[in-house]
Structures are given as C-alpha cells and as structure tokens.
Ligand binder design. Structure first.
Ligand code: 2P0
Length: 334
C-alpha cells in the first residue's frame, strides 16, 4: 500500500482560464500544453490500515491549511473509488512530495505535484495504471494537473457532462515527436503574485465582459494548434501561443478589479522577441498568470533566446524540452 510516482510540470500553449464547476474543477474551454522535462516532482503515498489523520509533507515542510486540504480531498477520492475489499484497509495516508525546481519559477508546481499524487495514490490503493482515471483525479486537485499525466503534447478536453467524467487530458503526440523544441522560462520576477490563478480565473469568469469571447476563441485555437504541432511548424505554433497568451491576459485585464500579471520586464522580453524575429531568430513567448515569460524556440536558437531574457533582467533561465509520462518508480521518498 505504498507507491512513488514522478511527474513533470507543463506549460499551456492554449491556456485554461475559468471554471464552469468550481468543486469538480471543470473548465469552460479545452486547453493544450507541452509537458516539461527535465523538471519533475516526486511523490510517495503510503496508506496504513490504521484510522487517523493523513500526514502531508511538501518540499520538506508539513503542509497545513488549504494546501493540506487539497491533498486530503484527493486521497479521499482514491479511497472512495477503491474496491470494497480494499476500502476497509485504506486508513490514514502518509504523503511526501518533493520538487526539483523552485515553486517561484512561475511554473505551476501544483500541476506536477497533483499528477504525481494521482499516480502514486492510485497505485498505493491497488489500482492498475489508467491514464484517464489518473487525469480525472489529478484534475480534482488542480485543473492543469490533468495535463501532466501524459508526456509530450496533451489536450485537456473540456467535456460536456456535469459529473466531469469526460473532462480529462489525452496525449496527441509523445515527447519524441518534436525533440528539437525548446522552452525557456525567464525568471524576471520571484515575487509572490498578488492574485492566485484560482481566484484570478474566478474573478475573470464573474466580471470580465470579454470572458465568453475568450472561451469560444480558445476552443478554436486548440483545433488550429494541433495541426501546427503535427507539422512541427514552430512559427505557426509560436504565433498561436502568443496570441492565446495575449487573449488570456486581455480577458483578465477586463475583470473588475482588473488583473494585471505583467511587469515592465515582461513587456521588455516580449518586445525583444519581436525584434529577434526580425533578425531571423525563431523565438516566441507565452505567459501564464504571472510575469515570467516562457520562450518557445528550437535547439539552434536556444542560446540567443537565453541571452535575450538575461538581457532583460532574468535572474535565472530554466531550460526545458518536451518531457515524458508520469511514471511509477521503485525508490520511495520516505
Ligand atoms: C494553464 N493556468 O492552462 C493556465 C494558464 C495559469 C494560466 O492552469 O484552480 O493551478 O487549481 O484548477 O491549474 C493555473 O491554474 O488552477 C493554470 P486550479 P491551476 O496552465
């Protein structure tokens, strides 16, 4: 009743921004991401037969409050799903999780963390691997985590059912499809953001007059980018990713009060990308709900892209490439 899983974070090229169901974490629109190697989160889950409180440790400290509650809720879902014979045996759990990248990188460490938790907890509870069930469980922890179960290029289908059983992510192309693709996170700011994604998207859905247009457009962009990814067309993928990031931020800026996640350095990087493209360097940006741009480029232009973000004040550049599936490993954390 013990298992350990490793999962990678992901960066959305067509973003998820807004829920139609807050409890089940069901999105208003589909989204598409690339799983990021080499960064990873490792999570060990062990169920004991004893009843009692679950123990949750994240990056070396005991989790409390909302952080702990979200993990405890996911563990509850696993117990509820287990076969009758096992259910009685699944007592208090001990969950220990550790990431190999800073949470402040602006990459959603929660995506990798809940994906690793979903895979480890289900395995510890005696389930065979099932990427669809794992994606649905990871989604209940954090929406974007549904996209970190499988590697490569992954689409989270919004689904139609009110119970969320058709809202899970599936792999479109594995990580070997486009090994030349590079994704560079430029850390222009390490400040904690003022409004967390969860609150920001709720406020956007509730108050931005542009929200319906955003959701409709994202669905169209997901369809288009799949064709560009199939052809490994960096220019078309980059243009779509930039446009979609701008539209997400435009929708958020339309909220009341307005949500501005950009810093002056962010705009500096964005303008420099355009300038580099004029010089023939293939580099595009995307932006999550934070100030740190993620540059899309190829192996040959990686160095130029890294120089660009450093020149605009990035204290660190995290270099990534398409990563693989979340997987079970033999080495436990505790
Ligand atoms: C994404 N983001 O598609 C978008 C782009 C941020 C901007 O998914 O409330 O941590 O746990 O479902 O998944 C971040 O939000 O939010 C996110 P919840 P999550 O990657």
């Amino acid at each position: 009743m013990k298992a350990t899983a490793v999962a990678h974070p992901n960066i959305a090229l067509v973003k998820y921004w807004g829920k139609r169901d807050e409890r089940l974490i069901l999105p208003h629109q589909s989204s598409l991401s690339v799983t990021l190697g080499p960064l990873s989160v490792t999570t060990t889950v062990e169920f004991s037969v004893e009843r009692g409180e679950d123990f949750v440790e994240l990056n070396g400290r005991v989790a409390e409050g909302t952080e702990r509650k979200r993990v405890v809720e996911a563990l509850k879902l696993v117990r509820a799903d287990a076969k009758q014979a096992l259910k009685a045996k699944l007592g208090a759990a001990r969950m220990v999780s550790k990431g190999d990248f800073p949470a402040s990188a602006g990459l959603a460490s929660s995506a990798a963390a809940f994906a690793a938790l979903a895979v480890a907890a289900r395995a510890a509870a005696g389930f065979a691997r099932d990427v669809k069930a794992e994606s649905i469980l990871a989604r209940r922890g954090s929406g974007s985590a549904s996209r970190s179960i499988e590697g490569g290029f992954v689409r989270w289908n919004r689904g139609r059912r009110p119970d969320g059983k058709d809202s899970f992510a599936e792999q479109l192309f594995d990580e070997a499809h486009w090994p030349d693709l590079r994704l560079l996170v430029g850390m222009v700011s390490r400040e904690e953001k003022e409004v967390k994604s969860r609150d920001g998207m709720r406020s956007t859905v509730d108050t931005s007059p542009y929200y319906p247009a955003w959701a409709k457009d994202a669905e169209v962009e997901v369809k288009g980018i799949v064709r560009h990814l199939e052809r490994r067309d960096l220019e078309a993928v980059g243009e779509t990713a930039e446009r979609n990031a701008w539209r997400m931020h435009a929708t958020a800026l339309g909220a009341n009060p307005p949500l501005c996640y950009l810093k002056p350095e962010t705009l500096g990087v964005i303008q420099a990308c355009r300038e580099l493209r004029r010089q023939g360097v293939g580099v595009w940006f995307t932006l999550d709900a934070g100030p740190n741009p993620v540059l899309l480029t190829s192996a040959k232009d990686e160095e130029r892209a890294a120089e660009l973000v450093r020149a605009h004040g990035a204290s660190e550049v995290v270099r990534c490439h398409p990563g693989g599936d979340a997987r079970l490993v033999a080495q436990h954390l505790s």
